[in-house]
Ligand binder design. Sequence first.
Ligand SMILES: *Cc1c(COP(=O)(O)O)cnc(C)c1O
Length: 453
Amino acid sequence: MEREETRAAASRHGRLLVTALVRERLSALRRQIRSGKLDAETAQAEVAGLLAWVESEVRARTDSTIRPVINATGVVLHTNLGRAILPETATRRMAEVARAYTTLEYDLARGARGSRSSHLDRCFGLLFPGQGFHIVNNNAAAVLLALNTLAERKEVIVSRGELVEIGGSFRIPDVMRKSGAILREVGTTNKTRLQDYERAIGPKTGLILKVHPSNYRIVGFTAQATLEEVASLGRRRKIPVLLDQGSGNLIDLTRHGIRNEPSVFDALAGGADVVCFSGDKMLGGPQAGLIVGRPDLVKAMKENSLTRALRVDKVTYAALEAILLEYARGTAEATLPALRMVTASREEIEARARRLMESVLARAGDSLAMSVVPGESLSGGGSAPEEGLPTSLLIVSARGKSARALESALRGHATPVIARIGEGKVLLDLRTVSTEQEPVLEDALVAAAGLTR
Ligand SMILES: *Cc1c(COP(=O)(O)O)cnc(C)c1O
C-alpha cells in the first residue's frame, strides 16, 4: 500500500476499494503457493503485476449491477426485468422530488405538519369518487394489510380454486397465516359454488376473499361463484368481500383482444367492498400496492400500525401521481409504455421488425440469417395467462453458432439484449423494444454476427 503506484491508485479509486482488492489478490496468491500450484518465480511476477490486476478489477467491482437492458422477449410485464417501465412524465417527477426537500408531510398553507397519504387524494377522487384508498409497498403488502386489518383471528373464506401462488414467495395461504387470519377453504380446485361460501359463514367469519387468477386458468369441468354472487352474499350476511385483483388495469382490455382481465372499475361495480392491486403491472406505474374501496374499511387499514412498516417512499408518490393523472386526463393509453406495448398491433410490430431486419442484413451480410414470422407474445407479470397477443417475431440465426451461443452473445452486449429461444432459434419480439432502442438492438445483432466469423 505504500508503493507509489498503489497510493496513486488509492487516490483515484479510494483507499477502501484498493486495499480490499490488494488483500484479496495477495491471499489468493498465498493460497496457491501453499497448495503448491504457484512457484516462487510466477508468484513474484504476479505480485509485480498486482496493480494492473487491481485496475482491471476496479471497473468490474464498481459497475452497477442493476443495468438497463433491451427486453426483446415480448413479455410486457416481465417481473425479472422490472415489470412496467415508466413514462417520462413520471421519471421527471421522480427525479424532482428525489433531488430536493419536498412537501411530503408538510402542509404549505398552514405551515404545519401535513399528511403523506393526502397527495393522491385529488387523482383518486377523480378516478374513484366516493371510495377510500390507500397505498402500500406492493400488492403482497396490500393483501397482508387487508387481511390483518379486516380478519385478524377471524376466518377468511376462500375458494380452493383460488389458493394461488403468484411467483415464488407470494402464496395466499402463507400470507394469510402471517396476517393472523384463519384460512377457511371452501369448494374444490375446479368447482366452488355460492352455497359453498354460504355454508362456511359462521360467527368467526371476518372476510370473504376472492383472488383473481392472474397467472393460471382452471379449464374444463369448472365452476366458480362470480364476484357479483359472492358480493351480494357478503352484503346480505354483512361480511366484507375483498378482491385481490392483481393486475390493476383501469382500461377495457377486451377492446384489445384480452379477455378475462376485468378492470378495477369492473371489480368495484361487481360489488367488491375492497379491491387491491399492483402498481407496476397493467396499471403501468411504479412498484406499489393500491387499495380502493369502502371508506370505513380502508380507513381502518390506514390506522393499522402495519401501515407504517409498509409505507412507500416520496419517489413512489411522485410517480403514482403522474401515472394516475394520465388516467384522469384520458391520455394513459397513448402515453404509458406498458399500455402502448400491450395494445400494439401485429402489423405495427411486423413493420418495425422488417425495417430492423433490413438494416441489420445490410450491415451483417450473410453471417446472419433472419426472417419475420407471425407469433404470440405474453403480457406476463401475472396478467392474462393464456392470452397470447398476436405479434411478429424476428427469427435470427448466425452461421456456425448455436442459438444458445447467439442468445448469450446478445446478452453480453454493452446494452444487454434479452431474447427468447424457440425451436432452436433466437426469437426477438419488438413489442417490448422502444423505437429509440432499435439502433442499439441493431448494433447488438451486428456485433453478435461479427463474433461468429
Ligand atoms: C401480482 C399479484 C400479487 C402480488 O403483487 P406484487 O405487487 O408483486 O406484490 C398478488 N395477487 C395477485 C392476484 C397478483 O396478480
